[in-house]
Design a protein around this ligand. Structure first.
Ligand SMILES: Nc1ncnc2c1ncn2[C@@H]1O[C@H](COP(=O)(O)OP(=O)(O)OP(=O)(O)O)[C@@H](O)[C@H]1O
Ligand SMILES: [Mg+2]
Length: 320
């Protein structure tokens, strides 16, 4: 078993960070021109890459984060939220992307997101900062492809370059805003075919495979992937499933009292990858992902989670 806490960071997260303002709950939808008083709110660092980096901090596992913030007050605030994370955050010439997440009483949520700095983030600014000699077993996690148009245009080359340097590639694309059009599916399948850990949610995977059935999606997609790739489907409150080496794995999500599930998938990614880095196989890593996600989304405000407070969740021996 690898001691993750004393080791050099072997996870490099390359992706999106943004500001999230989460508030609610709202019953129904207000009429235009009215004011609604909310019970709760939290201004927090977010973005898929940001959420995963913070989840790694909660788990007490070092990582590196490569991303950008905007050149405004929010950008300065956002960069300051990654204390204790080995963060390399350039400044883009744009306002910081802000996402307002309105939580509905039914548990659904509505986002209002500005384009902001994510549209400016480029591989050219991140590339020189990446470790060219990763230690064996290092993983590069790519997040937010569809929110980063300039990086998206180069994604195939980015995946190729990182895997050429010796990184295992993990990817969480998120949902494509334009839906799974033919062109989007073709380019995403090109990236995924080079990846080692594919961390999508059920709707993303079934949409990509043009089916409503997860098993059919696994069957259709695995022949297009590397034989050693793990295809993970996050299945919300049910937990997660994976397909690897011809076998199917599942893990149940521990029950959690949840105000907002924002960042659930990203927290899962942190638990899964931390477990893989400590030497766990697919089954234990799926369970670690579910434990991390339940524990993190069960907390409000998220900022109240201290660094390392959830370190017991990574390995099965310590899980309660
Ligand atoms: N209501 C819930 N209760 C307990 N665990 C949950 C709940 N919702 C999600 N999870 C956990 O979070 C993980 C990821 O959630 P989900 O499948 O919704 O991913 P996602 O859609 O990618 O999330 P995100 O919206 O953050 O991108 C699940 O695999 C599960 O472990
Ligand atoms: Mg997701």
């Amino acid at each position: 078993m690898v001691d993750l806490k004393s080791a050099q960071p072997r996870l490099s997260i390359i992706g999106d960070v943004a500001v999230d303002l989460v508030l609610g709950p709202v019953d129904g939808w207000p009429a235009i021109g009215t004011e609604t008083i909310m019970q709760r709110s939290e201004l927090r660092a977010g973005g898929s890459g940001g959420n995963t980096a913070l989840a790694m901090r909660h788990l007490g596992v070092p990582c590196r984060l490569f991303s950008q913030v905007g050149d405004d007050t929010f950008g300065g605030w956002l960069a300051g939220e990654f204390k204790g994370v080995n963060a390399h955050l350039g400044v883009a010439r744009a306002a910081t992307t802000v996402s307002t997440g309105v939580i509905h009483t039914c548990g659904e949520r509505t986002f209002f997101t500005t384009r902001g700095h994510l549209e400016e983030q480029s591989w050219a600014q991140i590339r020189p900062l990446i470790d060219q000699n990763p230690s064996p077993g290092s993983i590069a996690l790519l997040t937010g492809a569809f929110l980063l148009p300039r990086m998206r245009a180069e994604y195939g080359a980015i995946v190729e370059e990182l895997s050429g340097l010796g990184y295992q590639i993990a990817i969480d694309t998120g949902w494509p805003p334009e839906g799974w059009s033919f062109a989007t599916r073709a380019s995403a399948l090109g990236w995924l075919s080079r990846c080692d850990h594919i961390l999508l949610n059920e709707i993303e995977i079934t949409g990509l495979a043009e089916t409503n059935d997860l098993n059919t999606a696994f069957r259709r997609l695995t022949p297009l992937l590397r034989p050693e790739a793990v295809l993970v489907a996050k299945t919300g409150a049910k937990g997660a499933a994976a397909y690897y080496g011809g076998s199917r794995f599942t893990a149940a999500a521990p029950k959690a009292e949840v105000f907002d599930t924002i960042g659930a998938g990203d927290s899962f990614n942190a638990g899964y990858l931390a477990a893989r880095l400590s030497g766990e196989g697919v089954q234990n890593a799926l369970a670690a992902g579910c434990r991390a996600a339940s524990a993190i989304i069960g907390r409000f405000p998220r900022q109240a989670i201290a660094p390392g407070q959830l370190s017991d969740l990574v390995t099965p021996a310590h899980a309660s």
